[in-house]
Structures are given as structure tokens and as C-alpha cells.
Design a protein around this ligand. Structure first.
Ligand code: SF4
Length: 246
């Protein structure tokens, strides 16, 4: 499989499975700065450093049985598939099925939405909508957002529990664009939860980090269209301990 890193939050019983590889090239991809869980003691401060450089690509990957062995015997409430992009791993549906069967876990997929996979054993999808304006999406990710927006709608029509999130980047993916994304989501269902995350400077991009107030203001714009909007302003503390397993 593409799984290269696993972390665990014992108090809520959440496993975080990190998948390597992606089918997009976002200019502000956090993997350019940190490929391991950014809530660990060894990573949580470094991601705020402007000069932080990406570690090398993972040297080891786990197969499906190794992943299941690692999870065996622990309290599991949720398993979150994340990383770079989990959907490009052809074995993900098989893993999700095995996790349901063996551990009765609540499986959450974080995805860019470009590739639609079988979600039979995925309980919830969190789809990151990078931009609504096609030209902006092309500029930021290198690909069109047409199929992503269609896939978002398809997942909703299939009755899948669905959330959306976006990155707020000052003077680039800013409040007007967040408003357009929120309007698109509201056209499907005003109750869909939407989270806006503050941009963390990555690579040679010209953008600065937003202030917490700017992120709040973008959330207010989204609330004109949606009923359940939250934001990560970039100054929050983690509510629970996260441990590295692999
Ligand atoms: S979709 Fe996610 S993993 Fe892929 S390039 Fe964009 S931010 Fe990175």
C-alpha cells in the first residue's frame, strides 16, 4: 500500500493513516514542508518555521496486513485516511472494508476529490475544495476542478456523510473566493459542514500567513451561504496527545 506513516491519539481512539503520492500539485501543499503528522512533538513547531525544508520521501511502505497488525488490540473509534492523497491507492477500499469487519471503526476519508472511489466502507468524506473559479484552481493545483465539483455533488446524492474544507490564502484564495465555494456548497445543501483553514507559508510562494481575524472574516462570508461553518485560525492548541506508531 501507499501507507508510510501512522499516528494514534489514544484518548479519543483515533488512528491517522498517511498515504504517499498525489494526483494534483498544489502550490501550498504542506507535504512540501512536512510529510509526517504535524501534531507530533518533533514536528509541531517546525511547520511554523519559514525556512523549514521537506524531509526526503518515505523510505518504507506498509502492506495491508501490516496496517491491520499495527491496529490490533488498541481502542479504535475512528480511522482517518489522509496524508497526501489516499484515493490513488487501489487497496484503500479493501483496507476500509477490513477495518469495518475487524474493528468496527468509523472510517473517514480526507481527499482532494479528483478521483472517485468506492465509498461503501467509508463512513464520512471530507473533501478539500481548493478553489471554485476554474482559472484559480488551475493555477493553484495544475488541474481543472470540473470533476471535483461533480464528484462532490455525486457523493452527496449517494447519501454519503460529507464535509468540505478550504485553505484561506490572503490575496489569492481569499474571502470572495471562499464565498464562491460556500455558495457552490449551499447549492447542494446549506447544512453541509464547511471548515476554512489558515494558510501556513510553504515553499517559494509569495503569500503571507493570514491573521486570525482575516480567517474569521472569511468564515463570516461563508456563513452568508452555509449554516455550519468553522475555521482553524492557525493559533489553536491541540486538544489531545498524538503518538507516532510508524
Ligand atoms: S491535494 Fe493535498 S496532497 Fe495533493 S498536492 Fe494538494 S495539498 Fe498536497
Amino acid at each position: 500500500m501507499n501507507v508510510y506513516h501512522i499516528t494514534y491519539a489514544p484518548s479519543p481512539g483515533i488512528f491517522f493513516l498517511y498515504f504517499w503520492g498525489c494526483n494534483m500539485e498544489c502550490r501550498a501543499c504542506l507535504c512540501k514542508k512536512e510529510i509526517y503528522d504535524c501534531h507530533l512533538e518533533e514536528t509541531k513547531r517546525a511547520i511554523f518555521e519559514e525556512s523549514k525544508e521537506v524531509p526526503q520521501a518515505p523510505s518504507r511502505f506498509l502492506d495491508l496486513n501490516e496496517v491491520l497488525e499495527i491496529l490490533k488490540g488498541r481502542d479504535i473509534s475512528q480511522v482517518i485516511f489522509m496524508g497526501a492523497e489516499p484515493t490513488i491507492d487501489a487497496e484503500l477500499p479493501k483496507l476500509a472494508k477490513a477495518l469495518h469487519r475487524k474493528f468496527h471503526s468509523y472510517n473517514i476519508l480526507l481527499t482532494n476529490g479528483l478521483k472517485l472511489i468506492s465509498t461503501k466502507h467509508i463512513d464520512e468524506v471530507v473533501l478539500s475544495i481548493k478553489a471554485y473559479k476554474e482559472s484559480l484552481h488551475q493555477d493553484y493545483t495544475g488541474v481543472s476542478n470540473k470533476s471535483i465539483l461533480e464528484n462532490f455533488s455525486t457523493l452527496y446524492q449517494e447519501g454519503k456523510k460529507l464535509r468540505a474544507e478550504s485553505l484561506f490564502i490572503p490575496n489569492y484564495i481569499d474571502s470572495p473566493e471562499i464565498g464562491r465555494i460556500a455558495q457552490f456548497i449551499a447549492g447542494i445543501d446549506r447544512n453541509i459542514a464547511y471548515r476554512i483553514d489558515a494558510y501556513l507559508p510553504v515553499g517559494n510562494n509569495p503569500w503571507r500567513r493570514p491573521t486570525p481575524i482575516e480567517v474569521e472574516q472569511a468564515a463570516q462570508v461563508a456563513r452568508r451561504h452555509l449554516l455550519n461553518v468553522s475555521c482553524l485560525r492557525g493559533d489553536e492548541r491541540l486538544e489531545y496527545e498524538v503518538r507516532r506508531i510508524v
